[in-house]
Design a binder for this molecule. Structure first.
Ligand code: AMP
Ligand code: GLY
Length: 406
């Protein structure tokens, strides 16, 4: 099978590595890809957010399957354009991707499907914002109602800061604060049938101990040794299945990854957010444990045949991912510095490029993902940190407490 993979981050490098290891994938084309992915397949330039360009690349490259990694192309309608050419695509169409693209839409779907989530108010003006802040009280949760790569949300006890952020957003959602640990569960869906992956946890804040601003994610681990045995079953029954059924009932069946971001609160599990793609960096350690050939799995989802595919198989043990970020991330990133130690097994490229001389340089905010595996989370963590210590990047930063004391 010929697979075209859209994207250029650490998530896509991890997907590419798993696809390259699948015997049924004989050709892997990455668009635009990155220097790490170039070792696994051919990289072809494309404007990933332009539906017509991606669809025409899918045709000219004779792809049997197109996998869309990031959210922006999905929300732009890339999957619809590829599907319209008759090519199987793993990733929801524009309408279904609104589950991630609009927080207000996600809340509406959850209300209709009876899915537990934080109470929320979509506010249109300063008066409504102030009323919602006072209704829910501190800590205040203020969300930009659009795609913000996990960075449009602030959680603060400072009412002034909450109000200021809310007033900056074009459309804003204010919600009830959810206590308790967070869990990410990725559900592979073919529109009707769904298969859960292993649950994972990510570390969203830039600073150790969960301090400082939110990022796209500074590390992750899987599985969750502390989670109740029936956690995945409960999330499927109370969250994923009703949501998928609601979307199908609206005539927009969801094909792709329904990313369930949950808080295990003192009042039971509640949805924090949905995304329409694999989480980055959680999918990196998850794929390190996946035994099931990934190309076959995603092809089954893209062609509506997951029911015949059977359950997923996993390696024993655990995996941990530590993200190396550029200096200044997530605010003002200093990019373009030379990067060394990025070609070890287990190191994935998230924001890298080659300069005119061929030297690898660090671009973007998150630069590399160091993935370790082991019999336990503690052992996997040790391996991930050995990789992280081996990377040389001036001003490079990683949290030292990823998956500590699990
Ligand atoms: P989101 O983009 O909705 O995932 O929000 C980003 C992060 O902000 C989440 O992963 C949580 O850590 C935090 N967050 C979002 N909503 C809430 C909430 N209602 N209560 C507590 N924390 C939240
Ligand atoms: N790790 C969080 C996300 O991918 O949105």
């Amino acid at each position: 099978m010929r697979v075209l993979l859209i994207g250029s981050g650490g998530r896509e490098h991890a997907l590419a590595a798993s696809l390259a290891a699948d015997e049924t994938v004989d050709t892997l084309i990455c668009a635009p890809g990155n220097p790490g992915m170039a070792r696994l397949g051919e990289c072809v330039p494309v404007n990933a957010n332009d539906p017509a360009s991606v669809a025409s690349l899918a045709v000219t490259s004779a792809a049997d399957l197109v996998i869309v990694g990031p959210e922006a192309p999905l929300v732009a309608g890339v999957a619809d354009a590829v599907r319209a050419k008759g090519i199987p695509v793993y990733g929801p169409g524009r309408e279904a991707a609104r589950i991630e693209g609009s927080k207000a839409f996600a809340k509406e779907v959850m209300a209709a499907a009876g899915v537990p989530t934080a109470a929320a108010r979509a506010c249109r003006n300063a008066e409504e914002i102030e009323a919602a802040l006072d209704e829910f009280g501190s800590p205040y949760v203020v969300k930009d109602d659009g795609l913000a790569a996990g960075k449009g949300v602030i959680v603060t006890e400072d009412r002034e800061a909450a109000l200021a952020h809310a007033l900056e957003c074009e459309r804003v959602v204010i919600e009830e604060y959810l206590d308790g640990p967070e869990v990410s569960l990725f559900v592979v869906a073919d529109g009707t049938t769904a298969r859960p992956m292993l649950p994972a946890q990510d570390f969203k804040r830039i600073g150790e101990g969960g301090t400082g601003p939110n990022t796209g994610g500074m590390g992750a681990y899987t599985p969750l040794p502390w989670a109740p045995d029936d956690l995945v079953e409960e999330i499927m029954a109370r969250v994923a299945e009703p949501t998928l059924a609601e979307l199908a009932g609206r005539g927009t069946p969801f094909i792709g990854t329904l990313y369930c971001g949950l808080a295990l609160t003192s009042k039971g599990l509640k949805v924090v957010e949905f995304n329409a793609r694999f989480g980055d960096p959680e999918i990196q350690p998850i794929l390190a444990l996946l035994e099931t050939p990934l190309g076959g799995l995603l092809h089954a989802a893209a062609t509506g045949t997951l029911a015949d595919f059977g359950p997923l198989w996993w390696k024993e043990g655990a995996a941990v991912c530590v993200v190396i970020a550029n200096e200044g991330y997530p605010e003002k990133t200093v990019a373009g510095r030379p990067l060394y130690g990025a070609d070890e097994a287990g190191v994935l490229h998230a924001g890298t490029a080659r300069d005119a001389s061929g030297q690898l340089i660090a671009t973007g905010g998150r630069v590399l993902d160091c993935v370790g595996t082991g019999a336990s989370v503690a052992q996997a963590r040790q391996e991930a940190y050995v990789l992280a210590e081996g990377v040389k990047l001036e001003g490079g930063y990683f949290r030292r407490d990823i998956a500590a004391n699990i």
